[in-house]
Design a protein around this ligand. Sequence first.
Ligand SMILES: [Fe+2]
Ligand SMILES: [Fe+2]
Length: 240
Amino acid sequence: MITDRDTGTRVDEIAGGIYRISVPVTAIPGGFIFNHYLIADEEPLLFHAGKRSMFDLVKGAISALMPVERLRHISFSHYEADESGALNEFLAAAPHSAPLCGVLAARVSINDAASRPARPLEDGETVSLGRHSVRWVSTPHFPHGWESGLLLEETTGTLFCSDLFTHGGARHPVMTEADVLEPSETLRARLDFYAHARNEPAMIEKVASTSPKTLALMHGPAWRGDGAALIRALGERLAA
Ligand SMILES: [Fe+2]
Ligand SMILES: [Fe+2]
C-alpha cells in the first residue's frame, strides 16, 4: 500500500503482523531505500526510528495501520541517523514508548541522547510483545558500531538485520528469494560498511545460529530462505 505518492513510500506485510515501511530515495545516484519495520501487536515495536527527515513519512505509514501513539518500543541496531535519528520524535508521538536497545547503546549514547531512558537488553534477552517475541542479539562492531545488535522475532523467524546485505536501488520487490549477497558485495567493493573487527567471524556464527527464515534488510528487499546459509556465505566473503 502506497502511503505517500510523492516519494513512493509504502507499507507491506512481510510476515504475520510484521510490516515493512519503505522510503525510496531517488536523489542518491542509482537509488537507495530506507526500510523501517513495524511489529503490530499488543505492544507495537518499530525497528529503525529512521532519519529525522523521514519522520513524517514513516509516521504516516504507521498511521495507515494503527494509531502512532500506540507504539511501545522504538528499537534499532546502532546509534546512527537512519537507525535512531527520529527516536525523540517517536518518543514524543507515542507517550508510552521507550527506546529498546542493547545495554551498551543505552549506557554510551541513548540514555543521554534520548528524551526518555531506554529499556536496555542483555545479550539473548527476550521481550514479549503479545503474539510476537523479540530477542536481542548483541553484535558489537558488526556490521558497524560498538553498540550494535540485531533483533530476532522468534515466532516468525524474522531477523531485523540492519545494514547486513545493504545494496543500491530505489525499486525492490517487497519480498524476494533472489540472491542479495552479490548485489551487496558489489556495493561493498566501493563502499565497505563493515567494521571488520577481530570478532567478525564469531559474530557471523552467532547471527547465523539464530537460523532466520526471513531477513528484514534495512537497505534492500526483505529476503526469504535459508538465512543461516546466507549469513555464513557472507562470512566467507568478508573473510576473503
Ligand atoms: Fe549503519
Ligand atoms: Fe543503514
